[in-house]
Design a binder for this molecule. Structure first.
Ligand code: BEZ
Length: 421
């Protein structure tokens, strides 16, 4: 099998293939084989791009706690690249994927595979904070243009910032910092217990919440409920450690299957009903989690995030309906939006440099200058942090007659930028 066909199949198999896509696979793979057989891997025909192929290495989890997040980001990227005919700056865009998995050693191996074996021009991806941080020096040392499509580790916008690494998602500080003020001042809840997956992202998210919450007169009631990351075991002792009789509510950071198993257990043990407030960074009750837990969802949970399914702007309405059509009724989620926006940044930057990426500084300057109207609202990079500046929406979990379980927007903090230190 040629490398081109293998890459194509990897890409397709990483996402969810609907029937129509699957039927198209044979035709497209045959087309690629024909081009390869003619020795034309740099051209795709008389009307296609004539410049050299642009190879993008996508490192995302397709297994483990964050597999659903990786699938959604991949789908979002695929959707944007398809919308521009998989080309930009007169170059055909080819995607090669590698499984980030969970542990850093696997994420490092995946990065080296796309860089050293596949010879990519650029890297995008990383869901987990330690995996983004742990690959930072390698990518920076190679001057490899890189876009972080999820991992929120604060240091990448601060002391460990690199001129070759920009982030299209969020810093862990961003969704949680405004929520401390919101919970204490707007909701008047003053006694909160912290619940989080015990690793970099969880610790940074609750620290950002705590800063503004205590600054607004709130009290953190200890001890924290810190679960192993990932927690592949029983969540019962952690749910039982929530002191429902001493607190007004909880503030949580969990995502992926950690959030799914925790919320299912909390519903089963009746803990959710005893809490005056379930709050957190929005990943805890994002659409991927709600789809998995359905009626175990915490009704009325208040969370902060840079997107919500029902956002009324035109770009979002368009995105949500096209995404669901393309992926067999699957609902969009914040991770799909991040994938879509990441692909758009790549396409717009390639167009801006007319496909010339040999001058990496110029290519990074083009990336830094990309701004557009995203499904999440206005998207632009902050020159101080290489991170996106965005609105943080305050959302309330509801069962909507049309959308099912989702997060209604009840308030917002526009223009939230990581402080950079
Ligand atoms: C992180 O590790 O940075 C992360 C993972 C899932 C959701 C949000 C952040």
């Amino acid at each position: 099998m040629s490398d081109e066909i293998e890459d194509y199949l990897n890409w397709k198999l990483a996402g969810r293939i609907d029937r129509r896509d699957f039927l198209k696979l044979g035709v497209s793979a045959a087309g690629i084989a024909l081009v390869a057989a003619c020795g034309g891997s740099n051209t795709v025909g008389p009307t296609g791009p004539t410049g050299p192929e642009f190879k993008l290495g996508v490192v995302l989890p397709y297994s483990g706690v964050y597999a659903e997040l990786g699938n959604s980001i991949t789908n979002g990227m695929r959707m944007y690249f398809d919308s521009v005919g998989n080309q930009a700056g007169n170059r055909k865009i080819t995607v090669v994927t590698a499984d980030e998995q969970v542990a850093l050693a696997d994420a490092v191996a995946a990065t080296k595979k796309v860089v050293e074996q596949d010879g990519v021009d650029m890297v995008a991806g990383y869901v987990s904070s330690p995996n983004a941080a742990g690959n930072r020096n390698y990518l920076d040392g190679l001057k490899m243009p890189t876009l972080i499509a999820n991992a929120g580790v604060n240091s990448l916008s601060r002391a460990a910032k690199s001129p070759f690494i920009y982030r299209t998602s969020f810093s862990n500080w961003q969704p949680s910092h405004p929520m401390g003020t919101y919970v204490a001042e707007k909701l008047g809840k003053k006694k909160i217990q912290l619940v989080y997956a015990k690793y970099g992202a969880g610790l940074e998210a609750v620290a950002a919440f705590k800063e503004t919450f205590t600054g607004s007169g709130g009290t953190i009631v200890g001890p924290d409920v810190a679960t192993p990351f990932p927690n592949n075991g029983d969540q019962t002792p952690f749910v039982q450690a929530i002191q429902t009789d001493k607190i007004d509510g909880i503030y949580c950071f969990m995502s992926g299957t950690d959030a799914v198993t925790f919320l299912k257990k909390a519903a089963e043990l009746g803990t959710l009903k005893k809490l005056g407030l379930v709050s957190g960074a929005g990943f805890f009750v994002e659409q991927d989690v709600l789809a998995a837990i359905t009626d175990a969802a915490p009704d009325g949970a208040i969370t902060g995030l840079h997107w919500a399914l029902p956002l009324a702007n035109k770009e979002n309405q368009d995105f949500v309906s096209k995404y669901s059509k393309k992926f067999s009724g699957r609902q969009a989620d914040v991770f799909a939006v991040q994938g879509f926006d990441t692909a758009r940044v790549i396409v717009e930057a390639l167009n801006a440099v007319k496909g010339n990426t040999t001058n990496k500084d110029a290519f990074m300057t083009a990336i830094a200058g990309v701004s557009f109207k995203s499904p999440r609202g206005d998207f632009k990079f902050d020159a101080t942090t290489n991170n996106v500046v965005q609105t943080i929406y305050v959302r309330k979990t509801v069962k909507d007659p049309k959308l099912g379980w989702t997060n209604q927007v009840i308030d917002q903090y526009p223009g939230v930028a990581d402080p950079g230190k």
